[in-house]
Ligand binder design. Structure first.
Ligand code: SF4
Length: 649
């Protein structure tokens, strides 16, 4: 049996290292690498399913062309020919920005991102700004610290308290969860702050059950109490914070009672939390859920402020971590300077996708590494806009809801069929080489090869007609390593690293900017303020939250799951329903069918449906609003309100 080195290409915090076992030309087993510090020999079910996906009988293996209501298989030559004709026409009319390219992170890998390079060489197109995942929090950290950094996870043992704020690693980052269990045994206190009792909160020393959309109010309440209880690090603040006094003055204008009312928690509860904070050495991991509100960026900025004024930034055992965005800054991800050719580039806010399509003459859309007709909000409207585009081209492995509504489908490789380099930007900054384990059915299923051919027949003269190794070596060049080096050993350039230890923040002032002139100049609040959580109406009284589930990552592989969506309701909310009953869930945007489940710890005016369902299974994005967060253009999915009715009266 041969063993190949690989790593998980899913958009996950952990980026596991995988041993791939091959026998008689077939992959037979995946196993977590035992030597890799974080992976520690095990993979989650999502990662293990790379193997199922490789040999899935429903996989798309040939290009498909829409004919009537169905598809017919065509050859790669025919698919390339169709694209050559359509793209030449668009390029010759100098209107390449009538093409949208929508891409997410469904398949990690530097070579899987080649679409962007191709479209730059084509002349520049339209792409979405903001995001469905984490962009409000990213913007918040950029204003506050000038960037995003995470300390080496080994530093967790130097913390006294670890706060998981809207983060549920038992489901979304199982290897971090394992480390938390180890830390707990060492005496580190674990606190979860989340709108629901979740799989991590049950092992925590304290769970703060905050109302959806009021995380910022909770952080401001803690800031106020930190001043009152002498927990502010004045020395650190004086030397490292811009806007400290202004922020303090602002806090004096709001009362603790109004903040606590918004959070839905009592003074006793917040005092318990403050008691833990008074222990010092606080490490906070912020999740992406709390920034999926219209006040999401403000909430992250308020948490950053709390951690900063209490001196929990830039020293061992402390930190406020959102992501580790290191490799995009140090790799040359555009080694052939394609951006110089992208003269027609433009952006539109992702929350305005439908409006952008309606108001502009969009001739084609290309989808890569994404399933927007599952992931975007307000899907009835999004679907209508999508269908109106004359040419819809989708790169995918399976018949997703987006594929079903597209005109031309290009099959792509599974991660085990592609050589690539994987990096994480979220938890641990590893750079890993992925070996090709088995050959794909056609070499053009590798996007790198497909776009090389398309560029050749379109006569894009400057397009890099080079080998993958040559390309990757140029990407790696700033690190003074090459593909051969990475084949021998993974790279982690932040081993032993303490985030912001040098106190040289990347803001204009080189300090933490609780008051940010940059934010003000961008038209936003310069510092975190009290932004109340939104409320439902008489018609739609219940807030709908759509968190991650354990079986799927942000709807990338919805085929992994069977069944119908479940809506979790409070016991106070189900007097008219039975557990297991199918109900109609409606918002102002549409309705779905869903099965009732009970979460006895939930608040009366909150409900949740995990993100994992296709259209026919009751995808909650047919209900969600296409609102934008305050900063960063994040889709504010969780500011959606619903009602529930019986499906059979
Ligand atoms: S999804 Fe995450 S935890 Fe699961 S195998 Fe992949 S990287 Fe590891």
């Amino acid at each position: 049996m041969e063993i190949f080195k690989n790593s998980c290409s899913l958009d996950c915090f952990d980026v596991c290292k995988i041993d791939v076992y091959k026998e008689d030309g077939k992959v037979v087993k995946l196993q977590g690498n035992k030597e890799h510090n974080l992976t520690d020999g095990f993979l989650c079910s999502k990662g293990l399913k790379h193997l199922n996906r490789l040999y899935d009988e429903n996989r798309i293996l040939k290009p498909l062309l829409k004919v009537g209501e169905g598809f017919k298989e065509i050859s790669f030559e025919e698919a390339l020919d169709i694209l050559k004709n359509r793209l030449s026409e668009i390029k010759n009319s100098n209107s390449t920005n009538s093409i949208i390219h929508y891409s997410e992170s469904g398949a990690g890998g530097l070579l899987k991102g080649i679409h962007d390079i191709f479209f730059n060489f084509l002349g520049g197109i339209s792409t979405a700004s903001g995001g469905t995942c984490w962009s409000a929090g990213c913007a918040a950290h950029d204003y506050d610290f000038g960037g995003r950094k995470t300390s080496d996870l080994d530093d967790m043992k130097n913390a006294k308290v670890i706060i998981l704020w809207s983060r549920n690693p038992a489901i979304t980052s199982v290897h971090l969860y394992k480390k938390l269990i180890e830390m707990k045994k060492l005496g580190v206190k674990i606190i979860t702050i989340d709108f629901r009792t979740n799989e991590t909160s049950v092992i925590s020393d304290l769970h703060i059950n905050v109302k959806g959309g009021s995380d910022g109010a909770l952080a401001l309440a803690l800031c106020k109490m930190a001043f009152e209880h002498n927990l502010v690090d004045y020395n650190f603040s004086k030397n490292n914070i811009v806007g400290f006094e202004t922020f303090k003055e602002y806090l004096d204008t709001i009362t603790l009672d109004e903040l606590l009312l918004d959070c839905g928690i009592t003074k006793d509860t917040i005092t318990k939390l403050l008691d833990y904070i008074s222990l010092g050495n606080i490490m906070t991991f912020i999740g992406y859920g709390l920034q999926r509100y219209v006040n999401g960026g403000n909430s992250v900025r308020a948490i950053d402020a709390l951690m900063s004024i209490t001196g929990n930034v830039g020293k061992s055992g402390t930190g406020v971590f959102y992501s580790s965005k290191i490799y995009p800054q140090v790799l040359d991800r555009d080694p052939y300077k394609s951006s110089n050719f992208a003269k027609n580039s433009r952006e539109f806010p992702i929350t305005k996708f439908s409006e952008f399509v309606a108001e502009n003459e969009i001739k084609a859309i290309f989808i890569s590494k994404a399933n927007p007709l599952n992931q975007l909000p307000n899907l009835n409207k999004t679907l209508e806009a999508y269908k109106s585009i004359p040419l819809k081209v989708c790169f995918d492995m399976f018949l997703t809801d987006t594929v079903k509504n597209s005109d031309l489908i290009i099959p792509v490789t599974n991660t085990l069929e592609s050589e690539d380099i994987i990096y994480s930007s979220m938890l641990m900054p590893s750079l890993m080489y992925n070996e090709k384990v088995v050959e794909p059915l056609d070499y053009r299923m590798e996007e790198f090869e497909f776009f090389k051919e398309l560029a050749k027949i379109l006569d894009l003269k400057n397009y890099p007609q080079v080998s993958k190794t040559e390309y990757l070596n140029k990407v790696l060049a700033p690190l003074n390593i090459n593909v051969e080096d990475l084949k021998k050993q993974d790279l982690n350039i932040e081993k032993g690293y303490i985030a912001w230890e040098d106190k040289k923040f990347k803001t204009p002032s080189e300090k933490i900017e609780i008051y940010s002139e940059t934010a003000l100049a961008d038209g936003f609040e310069p510092m975190p303020i009290f932004m109340k959580a939104t409320k439902g109406s008489d018609e739609y009284p219940i807030r709908l939250v759509t968190p991650h589930c354990k079986d799927s990552l942000f709807n990338q592989h919805v085929g992994d799951i069977d069944g119908i969506s479940s809506i979790y309701l409070s016991t106070k909310n189900i007097e008219n329903f039975q557990e297991g009953e199918i109900v109609i869930v409606s918002s102002q945007n549409g309705s779905i069918l869903s099965q009732v489940k009970i979460d006895s710890n939930l608040k009366k005016d909150e409900a949740y449906i995990f993100m994992q369902w296709s259209k026919k299974q009751g995808n909650p994005n047919f209900l969600t609003n296409s609102l934008s967060s305050d900063i960063g253009g994040q889709v504010a999915y969780y500011d959606t309100f619903i009602n529930i009715r019986k499906s059979i009266v």
